[in-house]
Each structure stands twice: as C-alpha cells, then as structure tokens.
Design a protein around this ligand. Structure first.
Ligand SMILES: Nc1ncnc2c1ncn2[C@@H]1O[C@H](COP(=O)(O)OP(=O)(O)OP(=O)(O)O)[C@@H](O)[C@H]1O
Length: 371
C-alpha cells in the first residue's frame, strides 16, 4: 500500500505541481493517474521512488516513510517504465533487461537467464535478445522497458505514459499484455496517462487530477463514469461516458434470438416462416459449422423464388460479432450499430453463432443499465 498524506510539491519558481495529495494506492491493484497536461500526475508518481522530493506532507510504502529509506535502494525495489522506454542504446536487449539484477549483484549468468525468462513473459522473441534498441519497433522497445522494470521482481511498478508514443493498434495490444501480466503477477501498479480510455481499461482505481495539482476524484472506473463529481471531471471523461459505461455490463445478460438464424442449406420458404411473412426484417445465414455467413433481408426473401438454398443468395456482410461469454454490452451495441441489419450477432468462443440480438432486446438491456 502506498499512501500520500498531504504530499505537496512547490517548485522554487513558485509553480504548484502538486497541492497536498491525500490518496491510498492499494497493493496488487492497478491505480491510474489521469488528467490534463501539467496537472501533477508525473510529479506525484515520481514522489513514490523519490525522484521528486515532496516540499510538504509524507509518502509511505506499507506504513514506512520513504524519506527514511536510501533513495537508490528504494529505486531498485520499484520498477519504473517511461515513455519511449528509456533504454540504454549501447546495450543489447538482454543486457538492458538484466540491468537491475546486475546492479543488485546477481551473477551475470543468473541475470541473463532471468532476462531471457522475462523476454518470453512480455512476448519478445528469443532472437531479439542480441539486438540493440534502435533495431526494434516502438512497441517492442516498450516491451523491453516493461521486462527491464520487472527484472528484479519488484512489488511496485511505476509506469509513466509508457504506451503513448506507439500507434493505436500497438497500444491496444500492449494494454492487453499488461492486463494479462497483471493477472499473473499482481503487482502494485501506478500508471500515468492523459487518456481516459486507457485509464478505464487498465485501472482498478482511477485518480483524476485537475490543473493546479489537485485530486478531483478517486474512484473505480465504473463509479467515475456513472457519477463524475463535478463539471471538470465530466468534461474530462467526455460526453460519451454513458456508452463507455456499458463496458462494465456483460453481454451475457442479453436474450438472444435463434429463430432468425438459418442454415445455408435451408430454403427461402423456411426463412419466410419467421422473416418477411413472419414479421421479422432480417435473417442470419450460417454455414454447417454455424459460422456466420451474412444477412438476408425480408424484402429480398420475398423477391426470391422458393426452393432456393439461402447459402446461394447474395448476403449482406454480417459485420463484426460479439462473444456472448466474455464481451460487454458495449461490444454488443457496437456490433449492432455497425451491422447492416442493425442487429448484433452473438458467438461462442469458437466463433459459432449462438443467436442474434434485436434492437428491442438491446434497448431493454440499456434501460435496465440506466435504472
Ligand atoms: N523542475 C520543475 N520546475 C518548475 N516547474 C516544474 C518542474 N517540473 C514540473 N514542473 C511543473 O509542475 C507542473 C506539474 O507537472 P507534471 O509533469 O507533474 O504534470 P503532468 O500532469 O504529469 O503533465 P504531463 O501530462 O504534461 O506530463 C507543471 O506545471 C510543470 O510545468
């Protein structure tokens, strides 16, 4: 547990970077500091490893005042990852990762073996061990940065905008990796970002900072999105917070329809029992393995001669699907919005169609969330 007790930082030029922070970071959880530029996130983070000394208040780790600990020893017991990874350019990937164990006096062989183990943990190929940082992509460099920070197995990991310099696709995969790693390692992670979406994805708790180095709100992502404390937090989160909140509700609560799903060998007249004449506007066609093939509209079915197998018709693309076991209401809504039929296709973990969610069913689920 890391506790900030009235921790403040005023620079000699009078800039108030952090104006008396009271906050407890829970052990083995991910806490995200988010806020606009200059709101004191990095300064607060760096107080934890004494890269910044507070001008007021106290920071404790598991109850002990960090001022009473030797700064370089403290730093070796806390992993630190920064934007652009901050790797040593003239050291190989393996030696970069082995830095802290070597500083701690490990034998070279043991430090390198540990570094190789960490490369695998963060998803780097063994062949990259002998490369230099400039021979890696930005995303790979960040992975090396994370491996280096974890090398001595520190209980605390500080991450200062570690993924902000990579493109959005790499960024999402690094976030996924961090979520997976954290499930395995249970570190106390403090993560700084500007990006509220990143904060909501990664954080067990989120601290929103406002200009002037003040804490505006400290809450779980669910509560932050549901109940921002004031106009500043609300506008910082953005006006689509209602839709974002849907990520916290499982899609498994939706009722799925199977009576509008037909086999590719079924004939047009079979589909017309529920779609078209049967009142429904769209049918979903699946193949013999129940993998989705596409949509056919009621209007088209009524034009086609009977006896034609549905799989031979020109089908509208089914768009993207949602996983009924693991996805959220947000994913289901997204799938419905992007579908030409305005309906979302729910699949199991092997991509086989379980059923379809109509707009009415989605609407009912959204109402229950709003209550
Ligand atoms: N060495 C320094 N001397 C004077 N002012 C400083 C110093 N370092 C930081 N500041 C100021 O302290 C304030 C907080 O900076 P900090 O880096 O903590 O903000 P931040 O929220 O992390 O911002 P960003 O997201 O842009 O990194 C800013 O106004 C910054 O200009």
């Amino acid at each position: 547990m890391i506790t900030f007790e009235g921790a403040a930082k005023v620079y000699p030029d009078g800039t108030v970077a952090v104006a008396g922070l009271d906050l407890t970071v829970e052990t083995a959880k991910t806490t995200v500091f988010v806020g606009p530029s200059g709101s004191g996130k990095t300064t607060s983070l760096r107080m934890i490893n004494r890269m910044v000394e507070p001008t007021g208040g106290t920071v404790r780790i598991d109850g002990a005042d960090i001022r009473e600990q030797d700064p370089s020893r403290l730093r070796r017991s806390i992993g630190y990852v920064i934007q652009q990874a901050g790797l040593f350019p003239h050291r190989t990937v393996l030696d970069n990762i082995a830095t802290v164990p070597l500083l701690l006096g490990w034998r070279r062989g043991k430090a390198r073996a540990r570094a190789a183990e960490l490369m695998e943990l963060v998803g780097l190929e063994p062949a990259q061990a002998k490369r230099y940082p400039h021979q890696l992509s930005g995303g790979q460099q960040q992975r090396v940065g994370v491996a280096r920070a974890l090398a001595a197995d520190p209980p605390i990991l500080l991450m200062d905008e570690p993924f902000s310099a990579v493109d959005p696709i790499v960024r999402t995969s690094l976030q996924d990796e961090l979520i997976r790693l954290q499930r395995e390692l249970n570190k106390t992670i403090v993560f700084v970002t500007h990006d509220i979406d990143e904060a909501v994805r990664l954080g067990d708790r989120i601290a929103v900072f406002r200009p002037g180095g003040e804490l505006a709100q400290y809450d779980t992502p669910e509560r932050l999105l549901a109940e921002p404390v004031d106009g500043f937090v609300e506008s910082f989160i953005g006006y689509d917070r209602g839709v974002r909140r849907l990520s916290f509700f499982p899609a498994s609560a939706l009722s799925l329809r199977e009576d509008v799903v037909f086999d590719d060998e079924d004939r047009v007249e079979r589909a017309l029992t529920t779609v078209g004449d049967g009142g429904e506007p769209w049918a979903l066609v699946v193949d013999g393995d129940r993998l989705p093939m596409g949509w056919v509209s009621a209007a088209q079915l009524l034009r086609e001669p009977t006896g034609v197998p549905l799989g031979t018709l020109e089908l509208a693309p089914y768009g993207h699907t949602f996983d009924v076991g693991t996805d959220s209401l947000r994913a289901a809504l997204d799938a419905a919005v992007l579908s030409p039929a305005g309906r979302a296709v729910g699949v199991d973990d092997e991509g086989r169609v379980v059923g379809v969610v109509s707009q009415e069913d989605l609407g009912a689920a959204l109402w229950s969330v709003a209550e």
